[in-house]
Design a protein around this ligand. Structure first.
Ligand SMILES: *Cc1c(COP(=O)(O)O)cnc(C)c1O
Length: 441
C-alpha cells in the first residue's frame, strides 16, 4: 500500500485518508464516492513548482493537466498554489474561468478545437493556445484579428520518442493524431505557416510523449530532440523559440508492478528534464527557454480513492470469484478501456489477512464491466466497504451515466474534515435534458 502519511490504517482497523475514517465517509456521503486528499494534491503541485523555482531560476511554469480531474475546487487549489493549468475543451475552460482561474495562466490544447471553442478562448483571453493543425492556425488568426489581438501560440510537435507505456496512451509516435512530426519536415512547415500569421505570436513548441512513463530517459530524449529542432528552426528561419512545453506523463503507483515514487522522486524527474534543457541549450548556443510541464496523473492520481459497498458475491468454483460493488465502468472505465490495474482493500477490515483473490465487478450490463482482476482480499461480505486506490486521475473525468447510473460525488478531505467538491446527482438531473416530442405524447 501507499506509504504517504495521509493514507493509513487507524486504530479501529479502518482505512483513513486525510484524517477521515473511510467507513465514516461511506456512511455520511454514501457510496460509490470519490475521495480526494487535498494535502497530496498541494504537495505535488508544490514540489514541481519549487523545483522549477530552485533549479531553473523560476523561468518556467507548472501547468496542471486538468483533464485528469476537472472541477471548480481543483482549479481553485491550482490558483492558490501559483501554478497554471491546461484545458482541452470549452467545458474545461468554462469550469476554470467559473472558478476564477487567471486566464493568462491557461493553456489550451486539442487536436480538433472547435471554432466556437477558439472563439471562447479568445473572448476570455486565454494566455496561450497550442496549435495542432493548419486550419486551426488559419481560423485562430481570423478570430484574433476580429478581436483586435495578437494571440500567443505554441505548436504541438512530435519528437518521435516512444515512451514505454500502454500503446493506447502513447501519443508521440509519428502516426499519432497529435502534433507535427520533426522527422518528416511537417513541424518545420507548420512553423513557417504560423510565423506568417500577423495575429498569432509563436512562442515555441509543445510535445507530450505519453502517459504513465517511468523512465527519466524518455523525457531527456524528447528534450534533446526538441532542442535540436529549435536549433534547426533558428538556422533555417531565424526564429528562436523562447518556450518549450514538455507535456505531462510522469507515472504513478497503481499496483506493486509500478514503482512507488515519493515527492522527492518526482522532483528528480523534473530535474533530469531541466538539466537536459540546460545542457542542450549550452551545447547548441541557444537561450534557455521558458519551460513548461503539464503533469496531470501524478498530481491527482494517488490523491484519490474510490469507496464502494459490496453487494452480490458470486463464486464460480475453481474458476473465479466475483465481488460486485455499487459502482463500475460508469465511475471507472479504465479497465474496460485499457485493462488498467488497480489495488483494492476492504476499508472496514483493513488489517485482516488476505486469503483469496477476487475480481471486483461493477453493476453495469456488460461483462467487461470490471474494476480490478485478481485482487488479494480477506473474505468479502455484503455491506463491506471496498476502497480502490489511485483513482484520482481519469476516473471522475471519464465517468458517464451509462445505464443511467449516477456519476458519484467527490469529496475533498483534509485534517479530518470532508467537504463535497462535486455534489451527488439526482434522478431529476438524469432526465433534465430529456424531451418527448409532441407527436409521441
Ligand atoms: C494528457 C495530457 C497531459 C497529462 O498527462 P499525465 O500523464 O496525466 O501527466 C499533459 N499534456 C497533454 C497535452 C496531455 O494530452
Amino acid at each position: 500500500m501507499n506509504e504517504r502519511d495521509t493514507l493509513k490504517i487507524n486504530l479501529a482497523g479502518h482505512l483513513e485518508i486525510g484524517g477521515c475514517d473511510c467507513v465514516d465517509l461511506a456512511e455520511k456521503f454514501g457510496t460509490p464516492l470519490y475521495v480526494f486528499d487535498e494535502k497530496y494534491i498541494r504537495d505535488m503541485m508544490r514540489i514541481y513548482k519549487n523545483t522549477i523555482d530552485g533549479e531553473y531560476g523560476g523561468n518556467g511554469l507548472v501547468l496542471y493537466a486538468s483533464k485528469a480531474f476537472s472541477c471548480k475546487a481543483v482549479y481553485k487549489i491550482a490558483a492558490q498554489e501559483g501554478i497554471g493549468v491546461d484545458v482541452v475543451s470549452g467545458g474545461e475552460l468554462y469550469t476554470a474561468i467559473s472558478a476564477g482561474f487567471p486566464a493568462d495562466k491557461i493553456y489550451m490544447h486539442g487536436n480538433n478545437k472547435l471554432d466556437r471553442e477558439l472563439e471562447y478562448a479568445v473572448e476570455v483571453k486565454v494566455g496561450t493556445i497550442v496549435v495542432d493543425s493548419y486550419s486551426e492556425a488559419d481560423i485562430l488568426n481570423d478570430i484574433a484579428a476580429k478581436a483586435g489581438i495578437v494571440q500567443n501560440v505554441l505548436i504541438r510537435i512530435n519528437p518521435g520518442v516512444e515512451a514505454h507505456t500502454h500503446a493506447f496512451v502513447q501519443t508521440a509516435r509519428t502516426d499519432s493524431k497529435f502534433g507535427f512530426s520533426i522527422s518528416d519536415g511537417t513541424a518545420e512547415n507548420i512553423t513557417q505557416h504560423v510565423l506568417a500569421k500577423s495575429n498569432l505570436k509563436l512562442k515555441g513548441y509543445h510535445c507530450h510523449i505519453g502517459s504513465q512513463i517511468f523512465e527519466k530517459q524518455s523525457f531527456v530524449l524528447a528534450v534533446n530532440k526538441c532542442m535540436d529542432f529549435i536549433a534547426h528552426i533558428k538556422n533555417a528561419t531565424g526564429f528562436e523559440a523562447d518556450t518549450l512545453n514538455m507535456g505531462g506523463g510522469f507515472g504513478i503507483w497503481y499496483t506493486d508492478e509500478d514503482a512507488k515514487i515519493n515527492v522527492e522522486g518526482y522532483a528528480d524527474y523534473l530535474k533530469a528534464l531541466l538539466n537536459a534543457v540546460k545542457a542542450k541549450s549550452k551545447e547548441l548556443g541557444l537561450k534557455l527557454p521558458y519551460v513548461l510541464i503539464e503533469p496531470g496523473r501524478s498530481i491527482v492520481g494517488e490523491a484519490g480513492i474510490t469507496l464502494y459497498t459490496v453487494g452480490a458475491i458470486k463464486d464460480i468454483p475453481g474458476i473465479k470469484k466475483y465481488v460486485a460493488i455499487d459502482g463500475g465502468m460508469f465511475d471507472n472505465p479504465r479497465y474496460a478501456l485499457y485493462q488498467s490495474k488497480y489495488s483494492a482493500l476492504i476499508a472496514n477490515r483493513a488489517n485482516e489477512e488476505c486469503t483469496e483473490k477476487v475480481t471486483i465487478a461493477g453493476k453495469c450490463c456488460e461483462s467487461g464491466d470490471i474494476i480490478a482482476v485478481d485482487v488479494p482480499m480477506p473474505k468479502a461480505k455484503r455491506g463491506d466497504i471496498i476502497a480502490v486506490l489511485s483513482t484520482g486521475a481519469y476516473n471522475y473525468s471519464m465517468a458517464s451515466n451509462y445505464n443511467r447510473n449516477f456519476v458519484p460525488a467527490c469529496v475533498l478531505v483534509k485534517d479530518g474534515k470532508a467537504n463535497y467538491i462535486v455534489k451527488p446527482q439526482t434522478y431529476e438531473e438524469l432526465v433534465r435534458g430529456d424531451v418527448v416530442p409532441d407527436y409521441l405524447k
